[in-house]
Design a protein around this ligand. Structure first.
Ligand code: KG4
Ligand code: ZN
Length: 365
């Protein structure tokens, strides 16, 4: 990769509820990273409304791209290519980003590559933000991807779909989804993750008996819906905690179970795959409890942990731009044949729901 010509790439991300654009060099240097969140628009509904998302992306995509170019002090003429999230995500939302990328690419005769959002999250570990230089991870490594839509452990030999193998994923809710559902149950608004993270730090986890999700030691699969159901049952029986300390204690207990599971299964995977580098990615990797527990576990095991800065864990376009830079350097150009899809291109081996363990499941977004 180092021997290749350094290039400058515009990244565009519209797969879910953030309209984002960024300019990144192929060495990982982030020249700009602009994120326009739609959280306020969806908050009254307690979750993402796809139609609203598409409309908001349409309104925001152009100003966000212009802001990213301005902040990076570059013009379209300085770019070597454009990368856009093409999958997985909300189809209508993805189309907005893809059309913007194609329009610019066609108009300026620039190559355009579609990027898988999940591979993008893994690429966040390579980003060099001003004042936050990181030693990028070397392949092969173990990746724990924990977001609102996905939770999985991957063996990464190369940063493309062919070089990434799923070792285990969730059979039901993603970790972020569990955070958001518990947040809703406790009346904490959407998204629940950051609020629960904050409250958990003022709580005592030992005050609540909650099950440890998927505690079977040898399995690399996750399941968070039972834990969420336990919180729901508590709320049914006792109502939402009325005093702040009880609320903090319940959040602390929930968070402890999630974090413990994520860390334990990662350690099993590191051991099984004989890997010594461990990368975290996805919105839940912004969680303070997880970051602290993972750092302690990695130090104890003598493994190298690479965690992007919190801003790069949640959805952003810098990770998409970097991922696209790798594709462009490899000579890819999807141009007008670019297609969007609600499904990831990463192979999925964990069956969702009650089917046999390890059997391939239907493609899930
Ligand atoms: O990666 P992301 O921005 O979007 C997806 O690709 O899904 O992840 C969003 C998820 C949400 O479920 C949100 O609640 C969760 O990440 N999240 C957190 C934290 N910050 C964001 N979960 C736990 N603790 C946090 N600090
Ligand atoms: Zn994401």
């Amino acid at each position: 990769m180092n021997s290749k010509r350094d290039i400058v790439v515009l990244g565009i991300e519209t797969s879910c509820d953030e309209t984002a654009a960024a300019v990144v060099r192929s060495n990982g240097e982030v020249l700009s990273d602009v994120i326009e969140s739609q959280v306020a628009a969806h908050a009254p509904y307690g979750g993402i409304v796809p139609e609203l998302a598409s409309r908001d992306h349409l309104r925001n995509v152009r100003p966000v791209i212009e802001a990213a170019l301005r902040a990076a002090q570059v013009t379209l003429g300085d770019l070597d290519g454009i990368a856009v999230t093409a999958r997985p995500g909300l189809a209508g939302a993805l189309h907005v980003g893809a059309q913007a990328a194609l329009g610019l690419g066609f108009g300026r005769d620039l190559p355009v590559v579609g990027v898988d959002h999940l591979v993008g999250h893994l690429c966040a570990a390579y980003l060099q933000y001003p004042g936050h230089a990181v030693q990028p991870p070397e392949t092969p490594f173990l990746a724990l991807l924990v977001s609102g839509g996905h939770t999985a452990l991957y063996r990464v030999d190369e940063l493309n779909a062919a070089g990434i193998r799923e070792l285990g994923a969730t059979r039901d809710d993603a970790a972020g989804e569990a955070y958001d559902k518990v947040g809703k149950l406790l009346g904490l608004g959407y998204p629940g993750g950051p609020v629960i993270d904050q409250l958990a730090h003022q709580g005592d986890a030992s005050r609540f008996e909650l099950p440890r999700p998927m505690s079977r030691k040898d399995s690399l699969e996750f399941s968070f819906s039972g834990l969420k159901t336990n919180v729901a049952r508590y709320v049914e029986q006792h109502g939402r905690p009325q005093d702040r300390q009880t609320l903090c204690d319940l959040c602390a207990a929930f968070q402890e179970r999630v974090v413990l599971t994520l860390v334990k299964k990662s350690l099993v995977a590191l051991e099984r795959e004989r890997l010594s580098t461990w990368v975290l990615g996805g919105g839940v990797a912004a969680n303070k409890g997880l970051r602290t527990a993972a750092a302690a576990a990695a130090a104890q095991r003598g493994a190298r942990l690479v965690v992007p800065i919190p801003r790069a864990c949640t959805d952003n376009a810098a990770m998409i731009a970097f991922c696209g830079a790798l594709r462009l350097q490899a000579g890819e150009n999807h141009g007008l044949s670019l297609e969007v899809s609600p499904y990831t291109e990463l192979p999925q081996t964990t069956r969702k729901g009650r089917g046999a363990r390890g059997a391939p499941g239907p493609g899930t977004p």
